[in-house]
Design a protein around this ligand. Structure first.
Ligand SMILES: [Zn+2]
Length: 423
């Protein structure tokens, strides 16, 4: 049944729109936006006090299928995304087997068609098995449907391999998403290197492990003219490098996660393994720089790095537990509560970072509510009272560092191609 939203606040920077209006949907697409629209038998939704935004896209998630269905599946992960307000996700290739071939890409897309209510875009590996040596079958995967390449989680160490990957990516017009980490510098580390790692007696990860790779990528990006996207940027100096590269008109973009914007390394003092992620939580100075970078637009994208882990895996000692936290079902509320409500971030910036910029970087036909576009709509309720409870998650995993947090604002409804997939 076609939908008609009555008197919602439409926030769509792709059309420079921020006003109260009706929005009509027909045949899965946005039909019109106007002060008053006739009903024409459509299902009417009272959207007074709610915000209608182009559907949110999380361009950095781990769905774990194939291989670790005990932690997440394409079905549970996309249900979590829908509940969290996301109409599309791009999934990283570090599954088992790694998505480095047409066969795995096709499997993911096939599975998504069967079980997912939202759009799923696979990301292919840069190198075979993400081993960092021979390039993967990038052309073959592109034909099968990947939207980017990345060795997320394993980080390409060899600079020549990365250079070739960037050169190659331009032939297929695919962005290269890089998890920046010099493995020699980070070896054995489990939290940020500094005062707290010394205090807690844990092996630190030198922030330069990330920054050196960001510098490398900026240099190679300029040379190869590839489109390079820095995943989960976490330090002030990494951001300085990206800003500098952008001033030189290099085609570089970057993303930040909610946890790197909200938590500092001090959280690790509890030894809660849900504060262990890679890159690790950093200092207050880094956090402040990232918030500013997001507000100014120097950081393009908000992405969760949703990394579900089985509870038994996370129950290990801090230095032995796996890296990563879930994020799909908390991201939108965290950003609304912490940054929009406190006026550090405009709604426009939030929508750019959650929808328009990921669509632009991945070249998706989404990320706008202009008439004729797919009716992918994230409906936000700025007054919604939310308490984070892992037991409420649609995700199969509960490894959140925000358990018990009380937040104001959150997703009220998720609409994909004109269909309500969660409310
Ligand atoms: Zn990563």
């Amino acid at each position: 049944m076609n939908l008609l939203f009555r008197q919602g606040t439409i926030v769509d920077p792709s059309q420079k729109l921020h006003k109260v209006a009706d929005l009509g949907v027909e045949d899965g697409r946005v039909a019109e936006i106007a002060p008053r629209i006739r009903g024409k038998g459509r299902k009417e939704i009272d959207a007074q006090g709610l915000i209608l935004a182009p559907g949110f896209i999380d361009m950095h998630v781990h769905l774990r299928e194939p291989g670790r269905e005990d932690a997440e599946t394409i079905e549970t992960g996309t249900n979590a995304a829908a509940r969290g307000g996301f109409t599309a996700v791009a999934c990283m290739p570090n599954t088992d087997p790694v998505n480095d071939s047409e066969a795995v890409t096709s499997f993911i897309l096939e599975r998504a068609r069967e079980v997912s209510k939202i759009a799923v875009y696979p990301i292919g590996a840069i190198t075979k098995g993400s081993q960092g040596e021979a390039l993967a079958e990038i052309g073959e995967m592109k034909r099968a449907g990947i939207v980017a390449i990345s060795d997320d989680g394993r980080a390409v160490q060899n600079n020549q391999v990365m250079r070739r990957a960037m050169e190659y990516s331009t032939l297929f017009d695919l962005p290269v998403i890089d998890h920046c980490e010099d493995k020699d510098l980070s070896a054995g580390g489990c939290m940020n290197e500094g005062y707290y790692s010394t205090l807690l007696g844990l092996r630190g990860i030198n922030p330069a492990a990330e920054e050196i790779h960001v510098i490398r990528d900026a240099m190679l990006c300029r040379q190869t003219r590839a489109r390079v996207h820095i995943a989960h940027i976490s330090t002030r100096r990494s951001l300085e490098v990206v800003k500098h590269a952008k001033r030189e008109k290099t085609s570089i973009t970057c993303e930040v996660t909610p946890h790197h914007l909200i938590l500092t390394e001090a959280e690790v003092i509890t030894y809660n393994t849900n504060t262990k992620m890679n890159p690790p939580l950093r200092t207050k100075e880094d956090v402040d720089a990232l918030i500013q970078g997001l507000a100014s637009g120097a950081i393009d994208v908000l992405a969760t790095d949703h990394a579900p882990h089985n509870v038994n895996d996370k129950m290990l000692e801090f230095d032995r537990a796996p890296f990563g936290v879930v994020g799909l079902e908390t991201a939108v509320s965290l950003i609304l509560d912490r940054f929009v409500r406190t006026e550090q971030l405009s709604l426009e910036r939030m929508v750019l970072a959650f929808s328009i910029n990921p669509a632009r970087i991945l070249k998706l036909d989404r990320g706008t509510l202009s008439p004729g576009a797919w009716a992918d709509i994230t409906v936000l309720d700025p007054k919604l009272r939310v308490e984070v409870r892992g037991s409420d998650f649609q995700s199969r995993s509960r490894n959140t560092p925000f358990e018990g947090w009380k937040l104001i604002g959150g997703p009220a409804m998720t609409v994909v191609k004109g269909r309500i997939v969660w409310s």
